[in-house]
Design a protein around this ligand. Structure first.
Ligand SMILES: NC(=O)N[C@H]1NC(=O)NC1=O
Length: 173
């Protein structure tokens, strides 16, 4: 994106543009932007982020699961095939996931697999706030949690990812 946009531009753009600009601040969940556009005007970028958090808090249990399930595995098949969204690709790269040793790749693959088998959705962590080792540690540690705990933690990580994606679009002033 060329320059970041101001909150007053966010408030004054038409609905269609708003939905387009914010279509992937939650991975593959354009419904969020369609919902949040009605909550304008926003005071600042914090207020805008809060509207997306509110969306995530208020959707049904099934919708929460759908949001979690729309996330690609870290260093998984889509990454190998170059089929990640642009946002996810750059996040995974920033955590060092595009440059794994064979041993790290094997650990992450098998840990992702057993996590998904236990919980029914992928392991989600805000890649930009982590590095390879903290992701491996998280995979091990969080495997011991209950499903409800992991739904909460997963949605919380989606909020962190969402905030950083919004900060790539909107000026923080
Ligand atoms: N599985 C998972 O955590 N995916 C994500 N995390 C992140 O920061 N970007 C993603 O796509």
């Amino acid at each position: 994106m060329e320059g970041l946009i101001s909150i007053s531009e966010v408030n004054s753009m038409n609905d269609e543009r708003f939905e387009w600009v914010f279509r992937n601040v939650i991975e593959l969940c354009s419904e969020a932007a369609a919902h949040v556009k009605h909550m304008r005007p926003f005071k600042d970028v914090t207020d805008l982020c809060a509207a997306f958090y509110k969306y995530l808090n208020e959707v049904s249990y099934e919708e929460k699961l759908k949001v979690l399930m729309s996330h690609p595995d870290l260093a998984g098949r889509l990454a190998a095939q170059g089929e990640l969204t642009q946002e996810s690709a750059s996040e995974q790269q920033s955590a060092g996931l595009s440059d794994l040793s064979n041993a790290q790749k094997a650990i992450i693959d098998s840990s992702n697999k057993r996590y998904k088998e236990k919980f029914g959705f992928p392991f989600i962590i805000c890649a930009r706030e982590n590095k390879v080792q903290s992701i491996i540690d998280g995979l091990n540690l969080r495997y011991g949690n209950t499903r409800d705990e992991e739904i909460n933690i997963g949605i919380n990580e989606v909020k962190k990812i969402c905030k950083l994606r919004i900060l790539d679009i909107v000026k923080n002033e």
